[in-house]
Design a protein around this ligand. Sequence first.
Ligand code: SAH
Length: 285
Amino acid sequence: MTTDPETPEDGKPRFTKSHGRIAVRPSRKPTALIQDRPDLAGAWRAKVITLFPNSFPGVLGESLTGRALQDGLWALEPIDLRIFGRGKHRDVDDTPAGGGAGMVLRADVVGDALSFAQRDVSENRKKWPIVYLSPRGKRFDQKMAQRFSQAEGITLLCGRFEGVDQRVLDAFEVEEVSLGDFVLTGGEIAAQALIDATVRLIPRVLGNAESAEEESFSHGLLEHPQYTRPTDWQGRKIPDILLSGHHAKIAEWRTEQSKDLTQKRRPDLWRAYLDDTDPVEDQEL
Ligand code: SAH
């Protein structure tokens, strides 16, 4: 049987259309020549292997990430795992070897999907990581988002049921990444969270470039509290200092607030911050 997605058995195309402007590139129509489009060749790309391709772009199609997708600052290619399924019913899973509850995604099916995803990208995992979203993985954090945003793109494998056959994870040198210490039904929500956090670090995706730099985690501290109008809400006032117009004092107040919050809420981050901070530099804050 064939697993070549270009020639499915019934001849019907099964690929979900790619999202974002980069999707127009393979078209033979000369639109690229007659329209003023940015060169998308270097745009960051996310390929997502999933049994639920219709759940993409999902929330990523909204707001800043959605606009950036439209503008070709990044591109999304959902890959339907079902296409690579075996037999008449295109089965993708089977019972776990050794017994036990649930089903496991087959190594051959996932392997074909991964080979397909990697067909036109770098073999160098630093340039193009392959990630399996998994509760057993390394905990996702801002540093990892930064690393992924500096790659050319990423391939994400969304698990379902009990997970994926170990052999395919080993063979493709797949990195396992977890969203946190809880169990989701599938990898799709985790993949969207990972993409969201990564895409917003790509230059020009956030309207104001500074906002990514001042956020929680960017300096190892949680963000200070934020306020906006009305200045008096139900008797609760915005702290006077923020209305003083004294920028140096405001910055100092915010740093103090950040430190207080981090110390109280996240002693782990606070310890890491103290270890990382050069004492001379700290005095200048
Ligand atoms: N049996 C597995 C859980 C499977 S949950 C175990 O105990 O480790 C089904 C799928 O949801 C997983 O394959 C994974 O892709 C996704 N998933 C569940 N929890 C996740 C988490 N915390 N982070 C990332 N992906 C998760």
